[in-house]
Design a protein around this ligand. Structure first.
Ligand code: HEC
Length: 194
């Protein structure tokens, strides 16, 4: 074969046919291209370095510690209900039209899917009547909205919304009581003072 002849101008050192032959099939001794070898070597080195960052094996913090650190950073940025706003502050917000309007926006974005566009209730309870599962007082509503009722499907909004938005939406929810929604859901919970 001309290609295999060292004197041929076509000779390329990579294209030597190998000695062995199986079922009449021969192969060239082609090395992998350089870019491929470099990429491959790179992944091997990367894997080694990556391993060093894993749990008890290497000197990195590890997945679990990384996860906990992220969660802690998140919790620090979204403080829980403890030490929430005073009742006086929430009461003042209920009377503050601007705050209530902003609360309505928060409600429209986050709550209507479960409580209905006018708070009349869908999956979640009617927020306009005088029957409440977790209490109708401002601080009770604030706690319910902040911590949610996870096992019943009410999300903990303190982890999602800005603290200010939680306060505003609580103020808005309070203004819903006594309104007359189009399709009110049947009362749930215990009666409270109107
Ligand atoms: C994924 C559905 C869902 C969304 C979204 C949702 N809720 Fe709820 N909510 C519920 C359910 C279900 C309950 C009833 C919990 C129970 O039965 O203990 C509830 C209960 C409540 C209660 C207590 C009612 C009572 O009778 O004590 C308030 C207040 C409330 N939600 C406010 C809100 C606000 C404000 C938002 C938006 C920021 C919101 N919810 C978004 C499902 C939802």
């Amino acid at each position: 074969m001309a290609d295999n002849d060292p004197k041929s101008p076509n000779d390329r050192i990579h294209d030597r046919i190998m000695e062995h032959e199986y079922d009449g099939i021969q192969e060239y001794d082609n090395p992998m291209p350089r870019w491929w070898l470099l990429t491959f070597g790179g992944t091997v080195i990367f894997a080694g370095l990556y391993l060093l960052n894993i749990g008890p094996v290497g000197n990195g913090k590890g997945r679990v510690a990384d996860y906990e650190a992220s969660m802690k950073a998140f919790d620090d940025a979204h403080p829980a209900a403890v030490g929430g706003p005073s009742i006086e502050k929430l009461m003042a917000m209920v009377k503050d039209h601007e705050a209530v309007d902003e609360g309505k926006e928060v409600f429209t974005k986050n709550c209507v899917a479960c409580h209905g566009p006018d708070g009349g209730g869908l999956i979640g309870p009617n927020l306009t009547d005088n029957y409440w599962i977790h209490g109708a007082a401002l601080d009770s509503v604030y706690l319910t909205v902040t911590n949610g009722v996870i096992e019943k499907g009410m999300p903990p909004w303190g982890k999602v919304l800005k603290p200010k938005d939680v306060e505003r939406v609580v103020a808005y929810v309070t203004t819903l009581r006594g309104t007359h929604p189009a399709n009110p859901k049947a009362p749930q919970g215990v009666p409270v003072q109107p």
